[in-house]
Design a protein around this ligand. Structure first.
Ligand code: ZN
Ligand code: ZN
Length: 346
């Protein structure tokens, strides 16, 4: 337990909701994804899943939220952290779900850091974790940059962020629009908040907030009040972190503007039932297409094997990934389903 109160650990639901009123201002000068009542997806092919179909599915999942799930045997290898001290210019290590440690040109970058056992509004209610993180959070090397894709609990985890803030007080958090408040409420001040296509520099790296097709929300009434995004980081090499996204035209746009990428991190899990998930989560075949659209060289698969979110078996996404890779006669060497804890150079 760190310096923050035990009570806050138990009740981790956000107390403050972003102001809906702020969206009602003159929007004529704002980009189209700034909707009247929140942020919106703008791809012409986007259609939200029908509420009448989504509601019963969500109701059926409630049992998972209040129970634990049996562990699933996701391949893992021991990582004692020594590789992070070898001054390798470009490494990527899968820690679990969308949490990846990237080493790039002397900087240590962490994506959507989540070490919790359950991800949800309360410690006793959330999607259960079925595979432990690759190593304890204490084993991380000094973190310079944390990239956050959106505020869903499986990407923005309060206890992990609080531990990181204690361990690395100088780390800078890159967040999409309106997520800054959440960090400030927790005493964090080193935040860079951007809209899509905006960005900044960090010691020789360019960090750009790029679109995704998804949604946001942590509690009743805050749906889509904060933005969702993907991230581009460029230096001598460049990588793309896809966050959470349905398949859409954004990928080609990002590839045109910022590709090719030496490494991409693309979500391959949380796709069943397909009809309900397709607008906001890609299947493995679409992930392969997204990687090609952004003009990626190597793809590291994220968002699988960790939290019970949707209906497909936990170990299915990599199998479907390689089916898609084989069907297109692509090289399996370019599509990585890493073991937990595995580090590769890129
Ligand atoms: Zn999400
Ligand atoms: Zn997610």
């Amino acid at each position: 337990m760190n310096r923050r109160s035990a009570l806050k650990k138990i009740i981790s639901a956000p107390i403050m909701l972003p102001s809906i009123a702020a969206f009602a201002q003159d929007r004529s000068s704002l980009p189209p994804h700034h909707g009247e009542n929140g942020f919106i997806n703008t791809d012409p092919g986007y259609a939200e899943a029908e509420f009448t179909e989504m509601a019963p599915w969500v109701a059926g999942k409630l049992g998972d939220i209040f129970s634990s799930a049996p562990k699933v045997d996701i391949p893992r290898e021991v990582n004692d952290g020594s590789i992070f001290n070898q001054n390798k210019p470009y490494t990527a290590t899968w820690i679990g779900h969308s949490t990846v440690l990237i080493q790039m040109e002397g900087k240590n970058i962490l994506t959507d850091p989540v070490w919790s056992d359950k991800v949800g509004p309360f410690k006793f209610a959330g999607s259960p974790r079925v595979s432990d993180p690759a190593f304890p959070i204490e084993k991380l090397p000094p973190i310079d940059i944390v990239l956050i894709s959106h505020n869903h609990y499986d990407h923005l985890d309060e206890s992990s962020i609080e531990e990181l803030a204690d361990m690395f007080p100088d780390a800078t958090y890159y967040v999409p629009l309106r997520v800054r408040d959440w960090f400030e409420e927790r005493g964090i001040r080193t935040i860079e908040e951007y809209d899509w296509w905006e960005g900044g520099t960090f010691k020789g790296l360019k960090i750009i907030c790029t679109p995704a097709q998804h949604f946001s929300g942590r509690w009743i009434g805050d749906r889509n009040q904060t933005l969702w995004c993907s991230w581009v980081v460029t230096g001598k090499k460049r990588f793309y972190f896809g966050g959470d996204s349905g398949y859409c035209s954004h990928f080609k746009n990002i590839g045109t503007k910022f590709g090719p990428f030496d490494l991409t991190m693309i979500p391959i899990g949380a796709y069943e039932p397909r009809k309900l998930m397709k607008p906001v989560h890609m299947g493995p075949d679409e992930a392969v297409q997204a990687h090609r659209d952004v003009r990626g060289k190597k793809m590291l698969s994220i968002h699988w094997g960790t939290f019970v979110l949707t209906d497909e078996p936990m170990d299915e996404p990599p199998k479907k990934l390689y089916e898609a890779v084989d069907a297109l006669r692509l090289s399996r060497d370019d599509y990585w389903a890493l073991k937990l804890g595995e580090t590769r150079e890129w």
